[in-house]
Design a protein around this ligand. Sequence first.
Ligand SMILES: Cc1cc2nc3c(=O)[nH]c(=O)nc-3n(C[C@H](O)[C@H](O)[C@H](O)COP(=O)(O)OP(=O)(O)OC[C@H]3O[C@@H](n4cnc5c(N)ncnc54)[C@H](O)[C@@H]3O)c2cc1C
Length: 308
Amino acid sequence: MSARHATPLQALLVDDAFDGDVYPRESMARHTTYRIGGPARFFVRVGSLCALTRLVAVCEEQGVPWVVAGRGSNLLVADEGFPGVVISLGRDFRTLRADEEAGRFYAGAGVMLSAVVQEAFQRSLAGFEFAVGTPGTVGGAIAMNAGSRDEWIGSRVVSVTTLAPGRGLVRRAGDEVAWGYRSCSLPRDEVVVECELAAAKADPFYIRGKMEANLAKRKKSQPLNEPSCGSVFRNPEGASAAALIEGLGLKGERVGGAQVSPTHANFIVNTGDATARDVRDLIELIQERVEKAHGIQLTPEVRFLGFE
Ligand SMILES: Cc1cc2nc3c(=O)[nH]c(=O)nc-3n(C[C@H](O)[C@H](O)[C@H](O)COP(=O)(O)OP(=O)(O)OC[C@H]3O[C@@H](n4cnc5c(N)ncnc54)[C@H](O)[C@@H]3O)c2cc1C
């Protein structure tokens, strides 16, 4: 690429000093648990905070859309792809340190949540059993306030550090963040870079028992062998999205290669050749039917990327 014709973004991405791996026109199907999604203009795995800061600054200056993706386990990416930069947090964001005495984990946002769950178990530290079997990264879990009906990651956050475009690093105590149902009050344009998580010493048999019970429940009730994004809709106040969908006989309903899972009605699975459009149309079909039958508007939990 000639430097003369390069945009500032292209110039940064070809700079030898840039600490990141750059994949132009990278299929997002490779980076989502749905295995669906068209190409990102650039998929960039940044290795350091410096690289992340430079990349975000250039995108902001140039008006190039950008987004951070974790494991893509809650993302539906349009078939047309994303006309901007998808940032993945690499090397320096993948460190996990434990202080057993203090009952603390210090986790980079790119660490897999499952690594925290396993590490906690190894050290007889309780508090993360609810997350067993939840795919995704620590950063994605915080952004989504991932959890079960009764427990969620936000209640474990002692502090969280983000990169705020134009401001640099911002550290907030966990109780300065409002943790909602699959949401949190952190601004959408801030990147979670690391956090401190609280755990408590406990009997390892107690921890293992809780983990096994949660995993068994998951295996029994969720289609874990088929590509999905987990629960598609939030549970409406006082109701279960799955029960509403199942009650309308929609289990097994299909649009193209997308199907309402016969195992769990709040999961839409990719049966092999589903497009993002198929999934989106099935989501809309479910919303229309539930609205018509019950007057309830189901809100998607899955995040959409690249759609109009
Ligand atoms: C089989 C299956 C089971 C699941 N079970 C559960 C469950 O029990 N409970 C639950 O809550 N969820 C569940 N999920 C959904 C999903 O795993 C969680 O929402 C997870 O926390 C998403 O993490 P991720 O790293 O994959 O994020 P992604 O899907 O990559 O991103 C999700 C959102 O977070 C943002 N994001 C990601 N990283 C960062 C960051 N570092 N800084 C700022 N924003 C960021 C993205 O921009 C996007 O908006 C399940 C999914 C599957 C496939």
